[in-house]
Design a binder for this molecule. Structure first.
Ligand code: ME8
Length: 661
């Protein structure tokens, strides 16, 4: 077929449905999306798969707890996961659910092939099982905890079907040797090779102790082990037994976190080899985003949610931070502080500022039309060289998944353009013919650099670069620009600039962090019905809150749900790094509570001690700037800036703990 595009298939893990996405899951999905956009700009036809892993004991228990059937539980969760990816602009081309019929068919077919080829047999197994990780823990004794998640294991005896993993030790080692880039990065590859060299035990791939799973045909009550089930989803998503028709198998890239590299680089290729199906080309394991140096988990209460960040700073800011802050493959710490700092320095002051000041100068001097350049001086050629070299280097680094370094190159070019403008000072030039011609050259050169970096940054910052593209009045969609043809000098001059749109308005760090945290608290402990709490907030808001809807009337039964009491402030101190917050301890009659209040700019801590205040005592505890707050102090919000004035009891010495009605 003439001009058929080469195909590229990549996947994220199929995420568990017993929780909702946090920044760790978002990280993998964002990286996959950036690679997808990049590959498309390099001329590939790309399919990206993500989805939900919906079987197993965990889901059985979560559904029981929610008091609904498993099928209903997973359907709700799958909708929530898919909706979030859509809302964040990182939707799958194929969203696969492990309860999809196309998937069930594929799992049963894969098992049949493995069995027909002699790699499946029946046996008994007793061992310690971690229900959270859905895995038997090798060498664990009763009473031992799971070495991965630290939670207690359970003793489980089962009649299972076994997969002859032991038969694949040599084929796998040979395969790794022949395909040295199959496991990336290198450190992970070495770990896996040593693990396989240490010997492989056969693996039980069906369960009779679990009800909620894909049935083994003709062998009920056997259901498939969740990993045999989940890994197969990658194949189900692109045709299953008919994979040859779509032409996307074998997969080019499985992106995973380092926690699940063994499943992907040992079990998965072995299952496929046993079935005599093509094996994926690469598994890339990235590191973890940590919060306070430990892995995020809802039970530890240290999860970072993507939606509040996207609502406050825009999705591009989150993408940029995730890909710029941490070397891909290594662990990194997540901090709101670092996020907002990067936003202001690299996006607001960097790309955003270069675009808006360049456009403003073209507007002022050339009526908004990109000028044709005049004769060049050495400094113009020097900037052209920076941009030309940036093209090669940024693409080369992206190709190697050195995302942070690729962005470093692009941002070094932005910094070079800033310096060029500062030294050329087009704003100080006059209106003589020579000056006008020089201004034209300087502004054309700056605009051309801006065009180049905008194209290079597009896979990482899709929305904002599309806005810059429109601003520059360049033809077509930016996503259709072919990276392989990108060269210095292609800027179309004499076109009229498009409409300027706010790119990255600067934000006050404290305020931004407080707003993100408060949105996250609201999402984790909703005070409204979930449908409303989960609804997408209006367009990216750098600092501006959505207009509050007119308050509805409530009945007395609603009001009485709020328990307010008289409390007395016992201690008050400032919180380092949070100008607006005070940490208080408050006697509410029955106990002394720690409560954070956003009043530090208006009340001296020492003067508050002994003061009686109104306290909402039955508010779910939440964390503000990392400090637990268990209740809320009532204050009036006065004036346009919302100055807090504490509610108090000036007329009478009221008893501590008295209820407000
Ligand atoms: O393991 N930092 O699903 P899962 C970076 N269902 N990435 C993180 C992360 C963090 N703190 N936390 C999670 C499963 N991830 C199985 C997969 S695949 C056939 C079956 C990302 O919901 C990372 O990609 O626990 C990790 O591998 C994945 O989420 C685990 O998702």
């Amino acid at each position: 077929m003439p001009n058929e595009k080469p195909k590229f298939y990549l996947t994220t893990p199929i995420y568990y449905t017993n929780g909702l996405p946090h920044i760790g899951h978002t990280y993998t999905t964002v990286i996959a999306d950036a690679i997808r956009r990049y590959k498309r700009m390099r001329g590939y036809e790309v399919v990206m798969t993500t989805g939900t892993d919906e079987h197993g004991v965990n889901v059985e228990r979560a559904a029981q707890k929610a008091g609904i059937p498993e099928s209903e539980y997973v359907a709700r969760m799958a909708v929530a996961w898919k909706a979030l990816w859509d809302e964040l602009g990182i939707p799958a081309d194929e969203f696969i659910r492990t309860t999809d019929i196309r998937h069930v068919r594929t799992v049963q077919w894969l098992f049949k092939l493995c069995k027909e080829n002699g790699y499946v047999y029946k046996g008994n197994y007793t061992g310690q099982y971690c229900i959270y990780d859905n895995a038997f823990v090798t060498d664990a004794k009763p009473g031992d905890n799971c070495p991965d998640c630290g939670r207690p294991t359970e003793t489980v005896t089962e009649e299972n079907y076994y997969f002859k993993l032991s038969a694949f030790q040599k084929p796998l080692l040979d395969f790794y040797k022949k395909n040295p880039h199959f496991i990336q990065p290198e450190t992970r590859k070495n770990e896996i090779i040593s693990f396989v060299e240490g010997g492989l035990k056969d693996l039980s791939i069906t369960r009779t102790t679990v009800r909620w799973g894909i049935p083994v045909p003709g062998e009920e009550p056997h259901v498939f082990y969740v990993w045999f089930d989940a890994l197969t989803a990658y194949l189900s998503a692109v045709g299953g037994p008919d994979y040859e028709k779509r032409g996307f198998w074998p997969c080019d890239l499985h992106l995973v976190g380092k926690d699940i590299i063994r499943f992907h680089s040992v079990y998965w290729p072995a299952f496929l080899m046993a079935a005599m199906l093509p094996v994926p080309k690469q598994v890339w394991a990235h590191g973890w985003f940590l919060m306070d140096a430990s892995k995020m988990s809802k039970s530890k209460g240290n999860v970072v949610l993507p939606r509040p960040i996207a609502n406050m700073l825009g999705m591009d800011a989150m993408r940029y931070f995730l890909m710029r802050e941490v070397v891909f493959g290594q662990d990194g710490n997540f901090s709101y502080d670092a996020l907002v700092t990067r936003y202001n320095s690299d996006l607001a002051n960097g790309l955003g500022n270069l675009a808006s000041r360049t456009a403003a100068m073209i507007e002022k001097n050339f009526g908004g039309q990109i000028p044709k350049p005049g004769p060049r001086l050495p400094q113009d050629d020097a900037l052209a060289k920076v941009a030309s070299e940036a093209i090669g280097e940024a693409l080369d680094r992206f190709e190697k998944f050195e995302f942070a370094r690729s962005l470093e190159t692009i941002w070094a070019a932005i910094t070079a353009a800033d310096k060029y403008l500062t030294s050329e000072q087009p704003w100080a030039m006059g209106d003589s013919e020579a000056d006008t011609q020089r201004k034209a050259t300087v502004l054309w050169t700056t605009t051309e650099l801006l065009r180049v970096v905008t194209v290079l940054a597009h896979p990482v910052l899709p929305d904002s670069t599309a806005k810059v593209w429109t601003l520059l009045g360049q033809p077509g969609r930016i996503s259709a620009v072919e990276l392989d043809g990108l060269r210095w000098g292609q800027l179309v001059a004499r076109v009229q600039l498009g409409k300027a749109q706010a790119l990255f308005p600067r934000v006050d760090k404290q305020e931004a962090i407080e707003r993100i945290e408060s949105m996250a608290n609201e999402e984790l402990n909703p005070t409204q019905p979930p449908a409303q709490a989960a609804a997408p907030a209006p367009a990216a808001t750098a600092g501006g809150a959505a207009a509050a809807p007119a308050p509805e009337k409530i009945g007395i039964e609603d009001f009485t749900k709020v328990e307010m009491r008289v409390g007395q402030i016992k201690t008050a101190e400032r919180i380092v790094g949070a100008d607006k917050l005070l940490k208080l301890t408050v006697d509410i009659g029955t106990e002394i509570r720690q409560i954070c209040a956003g009043i530090a700019q208006f009340y001296e801590p020492e003067k508050l001690i002994g003061r009686k205040v109104a306290v909402v005592v039955n508010l779910a505890p939440r964390k503000l700037r990392g400090v637990e707050s268990n209740g809320m102090i009532v204050a009036a919000s006065v004036g346009p800036e919302g100055r807090p004035v504490l509610a108090g009891f000036p007329d009478e010495d009221v008893e501590i703990g008295a209820r407000l009605k």
